[in-house]
Ligand binder design. Structure first.
Ligand SMILES: [Zn+2]
Length: 264
């Protein structure tokens, strides 16, 4: 299958992938495509998956291999999702751990962020605290062992395929990390300011709403925490966000566009 245009930020949890991707997409007027926002949408389109707990119980190496198998399946879905966005020559800035250097022949602009192990632990712990997942806590150590195996695999493959890895230390100089990601991705075309930019930001916001609602239903939550919706004003480089729930977003946007500031 021919892949649509994608620039990719891959790597392990805790390296700041999401924040950096969001920041670069907004500054560079790029369509943003965090795979996390398609977690539930993909479940319906994948064969039934073994629960993560079972994979982890079989050992970290087994769980790492299982992760890569699922990642391969999800990559096809990501390509379909990006194609559906109909972006022309502008690549979507995709962010997620699913792409490994050995799978990235069709993705010339890609960077893998690999955090210091302590940083990964902190990120995993924060995520667990957020979603209140007691079973997750019990399997934290196995998850970290799996993450370490995956990070090592990315390092090894990146070296043999000549791809860019950015190592993120425990106390990172973020400006430096971001600059290395920018250099690694190279110069990318931008969305046209105005309607095209608005449309893509709205598409991303709606993906956030859908994921939030599916998560809420899956967990049986009364409310979802506020989500940082992107301003849909269409101004080049606008990085303003507005925090709200999916329901509040619908109300605020009405039939039009979300403007997150009085004027740009
Ligand atoms: Zn704006």
């Amino acid at each position: 299958m021919k892949w649509p245009g994608m620039a990719w930020i891959g790597g392990a949890p805790g390296a700041g992938k999401s924040t950096i991707a969001r920041d670069l997409a907004r500054r560079g007027d790029l369509p943003l495509h965090p795979i996390d926002l398609w977690t539930y949408a993909h479940l319906d389109r994948l064969p039934p998956l073994r629960p993560l707990a079972e994979d982890l119980a079989a050992g970290p190496q087994y769980a790492a291999d299982a992760f890569v198998d699922i990642a391969r399946l999800r990559l096809d879905l990501v390509a379909e999702d990006v194609r559906e966005r109909d972006l022309g020559d502008v690549p979507a800035l995709v962010e997620g751990p699913q792409l490994l250097p050995s799978m990235a022949d069709s993705v010339p602009a890609a960077v893998w962020l690999l955090p210091d192990a302590e940083q990964t632990r902190r990120a995993r712990e924060e995520r667990l605290a957020r979603v209140e997942d007691p079973e997750g806590r019990a399997r934290l150590e196995s998850l970290l062992a799996r993450d370490a195996i995956l990070a090592e695999r990315v390092r090894r493959e990146a070296a043999s395929y000549g791809r860019v890895v950015v190592e993120v230390p425990a106390a990172p100089d973020w400006a430096d990390v971001v600059q290395r990601v920018v250099d690694g991705l190279g110069s990318l075309p931008r969305l046209q300011a105005g309607d095209e930019l608005r449309r893509q930001r709205q598409y991303e916001n709606l993906a956030g709403c859908r994921q939030g609602r599916l998560w809420q239903a899956d967990r049986g939550l009364a409310e979802v925490p506020p989500y940082p919706f992107a301003c849909e004003c269409g101004t080049s480089g606008c990085a303003v966000t507005w925090m709200g729930t999916p329901g509040e977003y619908d109300v605020r946007r009405g039939e039009g566009w979300l403007t997150a500031h009085p004027a740009c």
